[in-house]
Write a protein that binds this ligand. Structure first.
Ligand code: AMP
Ligand code: MG
Length: 408
């Protein structure tokens, strides 16, 4: 299970090692569209009908046949077609039909001329332009053809998909039940907010970050609080998490010298690998398996905990939830100041990305120490500096990953 060999493990290898083992076993349920927001689709959706369902007008104007326009004489108006009120009467030669946007085009229509290109002369209409065949006609099925696949299983349903499903007349969809994830913080020094601190204590902040990120992912959270560095209490928490959740995420207690209890307990209850990742921040990371639940052990340093969650746990949870993971967008930007970097680890520095006169620019938020939370709060992106890269000079191009849904 990827045991610590002393060498630093590249992020991609760690991630792939986890993904290879994980599979989704969340049941499915049928939900009406409004309740399906943010859920993971568990079926492919083929269009049960054509959208649009009939040829219709893209403009307010006049439905015409090209032959009637050939002589150049103005046309009479045979009738009107409105959205929801098709024109089904006669269409004699030398006539056009007044038509509104969304109205079905009358049989025989070869184009719609927009009203801005028509001049009324009493009862007659003269057109100031010659239409192309098919102009301003939206064809049946041109958006979605009947029977074609429009959404794939594994997609997380956003406000963009719900109206699409409604346009197909689909009222309910099959989705996965949400993942349930237990969390706790470990450390004798940690106190909950709202209580006084003794000398040597600090407030437990990580749990608020992890919980908030789970909420953003639509995952149910079982919060087991702060567990002291005590084997009996840790064991009870592991057992509860294993019986009630799909996965457990802890922070702290995975660095060298600290990992002993976690290691001992997980080896007794399940299987565990301790990794030293070739990333900064966030070197220590643990991944393992309890009898029923997966285990992710994040480092205690607050920035490391957030970054390892974002870069490693998030794609792993997506796989467990049955979601097709779409990697976040990475783009190039010019460093507007030098950036400290030593070769050997993949850096996720915290940066401020902005649009400058010559394109995107990025600068550092200041101290990049893994305990400096303000560096994350001030940032709007990661500056992703490749493992073997050294110091960055002002003017060099770097890769940035703008914070998206998870951290905003
Ligand atoms: P550890 O990984 O347990 O060795 O912790 C590394 C550093 O992160 C130490 O300075 C801890 O005090 C700090 N830390 C651990 N857990 C938390 C937490 N939940 N909230 C804030 N800081 C923490
Ligand atoms: Mg600790």
């Amino acid at each position: 299970m990827g045991f610590d060999t002393g060498a630093l493990l590249p992020l991609n290898e760690a991630l792939q090692g986890m993904l290879d083992q994980l599979a989704c076993n969340c049941d499915t349920e049928q939900l009406p569209l409004p309740q399906a927001l943010d859920r993971i689709l568990a079926e492919d959706i083929a269009s049960p009908l054509s959208v649009p369902p009939f040829d219709n007008s893209a403009m307010d104007g006049y439905a015409v046949r090209l032959a009637d326009l050939a002589t150049g004489t103005p046309l009479k108006v045979a009738g009107k077609a409105f959205a929801g009120q098709p024109y089904e009467g006669e269409w004699p030669a030398g006539h056009c039909i007044r038509i509104m946007t969304g109205a079905p085009v009358p049989a025989g229509t070869e184009a719609v001329i927009m009203q801005e290109e028509a001049e009324l002369e009493g009862e007659l209409v003269r057109f100031i332009s010659q239409p192309r065949p098919g102009q301003n006609i939206r064809r049946r099925g041109e958006d979605m053809a009947e029977g074609s696949q429009v959404l794939a299983s594994g997609l997380r349903l956003s406000p963009r998909e719900l109206p699409l499903l409604a346009s197909l007349g689909i009222a309910t969809v099959t989705v996965r039940r949400p993942l349930k994830v237990a969390i706790f913080s470990t450390g004798d020094e940690l106190k909950p907010v709202g209580t006084p601190l003794a000398h040597g204590d600090i407030y437990d902040s990580n749990r608020y970050g992890v919980k908030a990120m789970l909420a953003r992912l639509g995952i149910d959270c079982l919060d087991l609080g702060i567990i002291p560095d005590d084997p009996a209490q840790l064991r009870a928490a592991f057992i509860q998490a294993d019986s009630e959740a799909d996965a457990l995420i802890t922070t702290g207690g995975v660095s060298v010298g600290e990992a002993d209890f976690t290691k001992q307990l997980l080896e007794e209850l399940g299987e565990i690998g301790f990794w030293k990742l070739a990333i900064k921040p966030g070197k220590p990371f643990a991944f393992g398996r309890l009898p029923n639940a997966w285990f992710f052990g994040l480092p205690g340093n607050p920035v490391s905990a957030m970054v390892t969650f974002d870069q490693l746990v998030r794609p792993a949870l997506a796989k467990l939830a049955g979601q097709t993971f779409i990697p976040p967008l990475r783009i190039g930007a010019v460093a507007s100041e030098p950036l400290k970097k030593a070769p050997g680890r993949l850096d996720f520095q915290r940066g401020i990305l902005s649009a400058g006169p010559n394109g995107l620019e990025v600068r550092s938020t200041g101290s990049q120490d893994s305990g400096v939370f303000s560096s994350l709060s001030k940032a709007n992106c990661y500056i992703v500096l490749e493992q073997e890269r050294g110091r960055v000079a002002a003017g060099d191009t770097v890769t940035v990953e703008p914070f998206a849904g998870l951290l905003l």
